[in-house]
Structure formats: structure tokens, C-alpha cells
Write a new protein. Sequence first.
Length: 359
Amino acid sequence: MKSLRTSHYILLGIALVFVNCGGGTEKNAGRKNQAQEYAENTKLEKEIGQRARSMFQPLPALAENPANPVTPEKVALGKQLYFDNRLSRDETQSCNTCHDLAAFGVDHKRFSPGDAGMDGDRNSPTVYNSALHSMQFWDGRAKDVEEQAGMPILESDEMNIPDEGFLIRRLKTVEGYRKMFAAAFPDDPDPVSFENLKKAIGAFERTLITTSNFDDYLKGNQGALTVAEKKGLKAFMDVGCVTCHTGSLLGANMFQKFGVFHNYWEYTKSETVDEGRAKETGNEPDKYMFKVPALRMVSNTYPYFHDGSVESIEDAIRIISKLNLDRDLTDEEVVDIAVFLNTMTGEIPSEFSRAPDPI
Ligand code: HEC
Ligand code: HEC
């Protein structure tokens, strides 16, 4: 597909040369359109190519952590745990229930019911590429995926395990786990531990990277994005989304207020007002501060915002532009930006979402 697109532009160039060399009127009109598109692409490429490549970076193949090197044994164990309902008290749910790897790493629900049937109060973000975030959760209260992995297990409105010992005793009764933990942590005399469980799940998540056409473009393949997609990329940069959404993830590297210019709940129609980081720190300046979310795969991870209050990506774009740039986008700009954001979804390798055989 990508190389097809490149050759498409080369062909267009050749077509241009022949554009005045006869044929019917219809044929000429088609050539004119192609010629126009070729010219538009050249112009856009000049305007945005270099700028985009300095602002965004392609995703790495793996999200490495020197404190928890990724090994095949850890990844296999982490995947087994990720899909295992025994990580919840009544054995009703796994990590995959709320972060379904076959559904872009989310559950598409506004809020997710936990093991005890209670709803949480924030929307489930995708786990794809999350190991690359500078901090975890909407309010950044965990530093990395290893620290994060232990938290939902013990949360009463999530997996509801009463304490670490409860889960470790349960896992130690499973022969398959005793073997897998020993293989993943060969130097540990007591390998089945909560610390090692967090490391194994973290190592698995570090492999969940999803590259897309946008990465090919950033690596220099000018044909990886269409003219319409480049127009959207230009709008995304020109209107100022890049004040906050930059880097390889287009976000996830800073905190910003949700609603710099207006109260967010008046636009999102949120039922409750979440104070963001202030809920954690109690500090006034942290009120309504949230992690700028990554925009990788964002077209597919609806509903949007920390409380899942907005269903469509077009509405989300319109609202965040008003709230954080005080700018009313035109319908054309909204559509262009949505078309660009869609280039952030690539094909997801099927081995990521294939559930392991139960042990
Ligand atoms: C009941 C649903 C539910 C279950 C089960 C669950 N999560 Fe989550 N997860 C959430 C919600 C909701 C959030 C956001 C909470 C917040 O930010 O305050 C979240 C956040 C995360 C994040 C942070 C992503 C980001 O963008 O900041 C990661 C990573 C994650 N979960 C991984 C896991 C793993 C691993 C498991 C299994 C051990 C798990 N989750 C189990 C609902 C769930
Ligand atoms: C001043 C910083 C800032 C600017 C500028 C900004 N955003 Fe955001 N964006 C955020 C923050 C913070 C959130 C998280 C809001 C929340 O849900 O709490 C967010 C959320 C989003 C979401 C929802 C993501 C999800 O997974 O739910 C999208 C989509 C988005 N922004 C796109 C854009 C676009 C497009 C622009 C430009 C028109 C833009 N943003 C400008 C800070 C910013």
C-alpha cells in the first residue's frame, strides 16, 4: 500500500509531463485533477514535511526499561496474567476485560464496571503504546507500567483483590504459574511474588507498540500519507494542537489544564466535575490538570476525554479546540484533523490479541 502510494505520485509526475499531449476532454479533466493533486502534494510537502519531522518522532519497536529488561519468558508470563480472570477476586475479569487487545486496547464504555459490579469514575484508556508514556493514568499518578500494573488488582471498583498475599497464594496453587514465574525470574529463590507479577505484566505491555502510516511518513516516505491526510496534519500544526500534542505519541509527556479558556463541563456536559491531579495532590494549581493524552489510535478509542463524555472524534476535536485554544474550528478543519488522526491507527499484529491457552 505504502509503496503503491509512492509510485502513485511518481506516475502522477509522469502524467503531468504528458498532460498537454492530446486525448479527449474527459481524459484531460482527469489528468488535470491528477496534476492538481500532484501540485498540491508538492506544495504541502514543502510547507509541512520538515516541520512535522522535527515535531513528531516515529515509534520505537519496543518501550525499553533498563530496570525491567524485556525477555521472552517475562512477556509470555505477562501475557498469561493479562488475560487471566483469576487476577480479580470473584474471577470475573482480567486486564483484557477493560483493555481489550482485540478492540484497540479499550472497552468502548464510558466507565467500566469492576469485579464487584461497581463502575469506576474515569474512562479506560488504551494500553497500546502506553508503556511509552512519561506517566500513567489520566492524572499521571503512577510512574510507569510496572507500578501501574499492581494498582487495578487491589482497587475495590476494579479487580477487588483484598491484598497482595491473597493473589500470590492463589497463583502459587497453579503449577503452570510456578513454572512460568521460575522461568521468567531464574535468579529469584521465591519467584511467585507481587513484584515479579508487576514486572511481567509491564514487560508484556512494553511490547504492545502499534506503528502506522504516520510512522512511515516520519521516516521519510512522502507517499505514506495522502494529500487529504497531509492537509489535516497541516491544520493540526497550524491551529496549535502541537502546543500540547507532540513527540512520538502526540501527547503523554506533560500535564495541562482541561479547559484553559472555559469550564470543560459546560462543553462536555459531564455529569460530575473531576478535579484531575488536584484529587491526588490537594493543590489548588493542580485543579483540572490532566495528562495530555497520547493520540495514537485515537480514532478508534471512543468515547473521549477522562470521563468518556463525548462519543465522536469530530466532537472531541471541536470541543478541545474551543476549550484549550479558544478557537472555533470550521467544519472543514474538523474533518481534515479527523482524517489526519486516523493515520495514527495501524494494523495491529494478531499475536498481541490472541489469548494464551489457559493454565
Ligand atoms: C475494571 C476495568 C479495568 C481493569 C480490570 C483494568 N483496568 Fe487499567 N484502567 C482502567 C481505567 C478506568 C483506567 C484509567 C484510570 C485513571 O486514569 O484514573 C486504567 C488505566 C490503565 C493504564 C494507564 C494508561 C494511560 O493511558 O495512562 C494502564 C497501563 C492500564 N490501565 C493497564 C491495566 C492492566 C495491566 C490491568 C490488569 C492488571 C488493568 N489495567 C486492569 C480500567 C481497568
Ligand atoms: C493546552 C493543551 C492542549 C491543546 C492546545 C490541545 N489539547 Fe488535546 N487534550 C489536552 C488535554 C489536557 C486533554 C485531556 C482532557 C481530559 O479528558 O481530561 C486533551 C484531550 C484530547 C483528545 C481526547 C483524547 C482521548 O483519548 O480521549 C483529543 C482527540 C485531543 N485532545 C485532540 C486535540 C486537538 C485536535 C487539538 C487542536 C485543535 C488539541 N487537542 C489541542 C490538551 C491540549
